[in-house]
Design a protein around this ligand. Structure first.
Ligand SMILES: [Zn+2]
Length: 546
């Protein structure tokens, strides 16, 4: 609840209020730009995204983009100033409504457009935002974001966008906040002759011009900004149909021509991924838009319905097993992890970057649920427990709200261990599967807060996880299960936990399961047992004191 309140405090302040009241100065880690980017400003709140048509020409020789984004929106409340975001060095050159040029000014990356016509509630209007320039280049994509202008082995252009975190406004003008997803989108990309462009959704038209080709792509489902992408290369493609939970799913693979035969074999992991995740998470959420795996010159990204791939046709993470158990080499990390994001990131999307664990915690968790599906529970447990070595516990998983701030990178491995621990608490795999599928059904094509996800899981498994989530997401301390066993007397307690911390834990007494509900105070239990073993699936430190 507090969480939601914090969110609303900055929401609905106008740019002038943000500047004059110094709302962004509360914590001087953050700048005015962070607030304009990360909050639902007044100039964003009054209109609801309906449709984008991004129509651009890409010139790889000059590393130049030029074109427009037509933004169709529904008026929620009458207003006349609209915020559109675009990051330098790109520049907006003109904005029109019904053909009429509009006045605008910018405060850094935020452009404020003065609309002339009355914006009547419930009306659908549109503005066209023309822009051009040499966009920021990505140096270490996908971690920094921007444009990767590369060439393949044959000297052909190989170009791709990536923009998670830094934001889609690094390469196209849009409402760059995650709370409002556009309902559908058309992406038209003009490229030099001989090259192919691959974007999200389905290819609806190829327009041949004298010296160039325009590829028109259509997305019919809601899509988040950073999920939009274009990829340009000397591509070839192959396809298959997958008999899935919602019928026939069209799958297309786009790879560099030289990699066709290796890809045909290596990409078999893709259907394995879909089968495992439809089982655990429910139907793939974008049948209408098909599923694509697209080779790119960087590691990879969860671009909706066009997952980008750059894991160099290796198993693991660039050939490495992140868990050091051997299980991480049973699959191609990028195919499995980025694929999982179709459910957790693209279907269920965070409203505020502070809650990014909803994407990364679940996608990381999905890696071991994939192993569970094909190799069983032991493999899955070994893998997720193996990831614990990567957890730093230095910073909280949840970031700061309204300033586009991500929390600790522990959101991956600690996030997956938190979910694995909750699976133990649920203590019923059918119920756990129902919960994961229920999340994807209940929040289908929605943007969410972590509070919504936390409450849903608590309700679904019938156990209040409030303190568990607070402990693992909003603190850096890991619970210590302290126990001693002497002459049939088992003493145990939680240490290093927040007030009110409530989590059961399973032990094995001579191999037999026993559920305990420790508190901060010592508890005593009479147990006749030769051996006492604590279940390692719970992400806690286990300390035997005597
Ligand atoms: Zn991820």
């Amino acid at each position: 609840m507090t969480l939601l309140k914090n969110f609303l405090i900055v929401a609905f302040f106008s740019i002038q209020q943000i500047i004059s009241q110094g709302l962004f100065e509360g914590d001087n880690k953050y700048t005015l730009q962070d607030s304009l980017r990360g909050s639902i400003t007044k100039e964003r709140a009054w209109w609801d995204l309906n449709f984008y048509h991004l129509n651009i020409k890409v010139d790889p020789e000059k590393k130049f983009i030029k074109g427009y984004n037509e933004i169709r929106y529904k008026v929620i409340n009458s207003d006349s100033i609209m915020q559109i975001d675009l990051q330098p060095p790109l520049k907006i050159t003109r904005i029109t409504q019904n053909g009429d040029s509009l006045k605008y000014y910018n405060v850094g990356n935020a452009y404020y457009v003065k609309l002339k016509i009355m914006q009547l509630p419930n009306k659908i209007n549109s503005v066209k935002v023309y822009y051009e320039g040499n966009p920021k280049e990505a140096i270490r994509a996908p971690w920094d974001g921007g444009l990767s202008w590369r060439k393949d082995k044959n000297g052909k252009h190989f170009v791709a966008t990536s923009c998670q975190g830094i934001g889609a406004s690094i390469w196209w003008p849009n409402k760059d906040h995650m709370y409002d997803e556009v309902d559908s989108m058309k992406i038209s990309v003009n490229v030099p002759k001989g090259l192919t462009n691959v974007s999200n959704g389905r290819l609806i038209e190829i327009e041949e011009l004298t010296e160039s080709t325009t590829f028109h792509w259509k997305v019919v489902n809601p899509i988040n900004n950073y999920g939009v992408n274009f990829n340009i290369g000397d591509y070839t493609n192959f396809s298959e149909k997958y008999d899935g939970e919602k019928g026939k799913l069209d799958i297309e693979y786009y790879v560099l021509k030289d990699n066709l035969s290796i890809a045909k074999n290596h990409f078999k992991d893709n259907v394995r991924m879909i089968r495992a995740f439809e089982h655990w998470f429910g139907p793939y959420p974008f049948y209408e838009d098909s599923y694509k795996l697209v080779e790119v010159p960087y590691l990879g990204m969860e671009h909706q319905s066009s997952i980008t791939y750059g894991n160099k046709y290796m198993k693991g993470y660039l050939g490495k097993d992140l868990s050091n158990t051997g299980w991480g080499l049973k699959f191609d990390y990028i195919i499995i992890h980025e694929g999982a994001h179709e459910w957790f990131a693209n279907n269920i999307t965070y409203k505020d970057a502070a809650d990014m664990w909803i994407h990364e915690g679940f996608a990381s968790y999905a890696e071991n649920i994939f192993l569970d599906f094909y190799y069983g529970k032991k493999a899955s447990s070994d893998y997720v427990i193996g990831l614990r070595k990567r957890i730093k516990n230095k910073k909280k998983i949840i970031g700061d709200y309204n300033v586009n701030s991500e929390g600790s990178s522990d959101m991956y491995s600690k996030g997956s261990n938190l979910l694995h621990t909750i699976r133990q608490i649920a203590n019923n795999d059918n119920l756990w599967r129902k919960t994961l599928r229920g999340l994807n059904k209940n929040f289908y094509h929605k943007t969410v807060t972590t509070a919504e996800i936390e409450n849903y899981i608590s309700n679904s498994i019938g156990f209040d996880l409030k303190f568990v989530f607070d402990q693992y997401l909003r603190n850096t301390e890991i619970p210590v299960f302290e126990y001693s066993y002497n002459m049939g007397r088992l003493k145990y307690r939680w240490k290093n936990v927040i007030d009110g911390f409530d989590m059961p834990i399973k032990i094995f007494s001579d191999g037999k399961e026993l559920l305990l509900s420790p508190t901060k105070k010592w508890k005593l239990k009479e147990v006749q047992s030769k051996t006492i073993e604590v279940d390692k699936n719970y992400y806690v430190d286990i300390v035997l004191v005597n």
